[in-house]
Design a protein around this ligand. Structure first.
Ligand code: NAD
Length: 241
């Protein structure tokens, strides 16, 4: 077996960060060297692995960063990954255009994969949506997303990414957002015309699908040439493998 990739998890104390840490043992190709969070007490990690965000610059050497944090924490994380020439995987949503541009600039130096959603089902849904939009010119398209009450951004990053796929197929999506209870993430799309409707839906019932997806993608991305990779690239790589 080849040497594991040294991994830094950024946003380690969050809902997603905790699932990343819990599922890491399933990925022997990855070796945790640092878990960064605003508050590190209660992470339950061995001595030396937890690193408070204000000491991010002191992180030990790593070859891959996986970031699930918040837009205000994102810039420092990306800058460190570039400075260390490490692969960068991020699922942080609500990024502003300047941050998306920074990702593209970083991709000239390191391999980068940002995704609004790390589930295989949504990667396939995105392909279906583009195909449907192309085949149904002039139909109305509504994208309705539901998430837990703590989610800060709306529409969700996944809804916007599905909308971008629909736009690539010629549709003009409208968005609606619901925030209720502990919903992990649901996306429902309706193409409608006079006399008929086509519906597509994805329901995430566990954050583990996103965490497993991000860990698998990270193991795949580390060591690749610099560039902006997508979940579709990863799915295509899986199909070829
Ligand atoms: P959360 O609020 O539970 O956790 C946020 C994490 O970021 C915490 O560890 C916190 O310590 C850290 N953080 C906050 N401010 C910081 C700062 N200034 N410096 C350093 N660290 C800081 O959020 P969550 O539910 O885990 O979601 C995190 C992000 O991931 C959100 O943007 C969410 O929308 C997104 N998300 C993406 C996917 C996906 O598949 N792409 C899935 C779920 C959530």
């Amino acid at each position: 077996m080849s040497t594991p990739v040294d991994l830094l998890v950024h946003g380690a104390s969050g809902r997603m960060g905790q699932r990343l840490l819990a599922l890491l043992p399933e990925f022997p190709a990855l070796h945790l060297v640092a878990a960064v969070a605003r508050r590190t007490s209660g992470l339950g990690l061995p001595e030396g692995l937890a690193l408070p965000a204000e000491r991010l610059a002191e992180a030990p050497a790593f070859g891959l960063m996986i970031d699930f944090s918040l837009p205000e924490a994102f810039d420092a994380a990306l800058a460190l990954a570039v400075a260390r020439r490490a692969a960068f995987v991020s699922g942080t949503t609500g990024l502003v255009p300047r941050q998306r541009e920074a990702l593209e600039a970083a991709a000239r130096q390191v391999p980068v994969l940002w995704a609004a959603n790390f589930s295989l089902g949504v990667a396939v849904l995105s392909e279906l949506v583009e195909q449907a939009a192309r085949a149904l010119p002039g139909w109305d398209l509504d994208i309705v997303e539901s998430h837990h009450v703590h989610k800060q951004d709306a529409p969700s990053g996944t809804a916007l990414a599905l909308g971008a796929a629909a736009e690539a197929g010629g549709a003009r999506p409208r968005y609606a957002s619901l925030r209720a209870g502990d919903i992990v993430g649901e996306h429902w799309l309706q193409f409608a015309s006079a006399g008929e409707r086509l519906e597509l839906a994805h329901r995430a019932t566990s954050r583990d699908i996103f965490a497993r997806g991000a860990l698998a993608v990270g193991a795949w991305l580390a060591g690749r040439p610099p560039g902006c990779y997508t979940m579709r690239d990863w799915v295509a790589g899986k199909r070829r493998a």
